[in-house]
Design a protein around this ligand. Structure first.
Ligand SMILES: [Zn+2]
Length: 105
């Protein structure tokens, strides 16, 4: 456990202020309503690239109302897929040397 306050509980870890704005982030390039901005998206079946309609880990931005300090948090991080197609890679701490290197095929 960290002794710094969790910004999601309404206290700024930077200055200690107790007013924090929570903002759910959307991307607006795909129609009027936008889609949730996520950590990653599933690959398209036909076209290349990723499908903004199938996202994982929707992002919220937390902003201290006094100093402007910002932190991003993703919802349900344990459900975010790790794969080349998702352009995600899992980095595990607590390893050293060659074990920490990404595996090559
Ligand atoms: Zn602050």
């Amino acid at each position: 456990m960290s002794d710094r306050p969790d910004i999601r509980q309404g206290t700024c870890p930077q200055c200690g202020h107790e007013e924090v704005i929570e903002a759910v982030q959307s991307e607006f390039a795909h129609g009027n309503f936008g889609v949730p901005m996520c950590v990653t998206y599933d690959e398209r079946w036909v076209l290349s690239g990723q499908n903004p309609q199938h996202g994982h880990g929707p992002l919220s931005l937390y902003v201290c109302r006094r100093c402007g300090f910002c932190q991003w948090y993703a919802r349900s991080p344990e459900t975010i897929p790790i794969s080349e197609g998702h352009r995600t890679r899992l980095i595990k701490g607590g390893q050293s040397g060659a074990e920490a290197e990404p595996s090559q095929e």
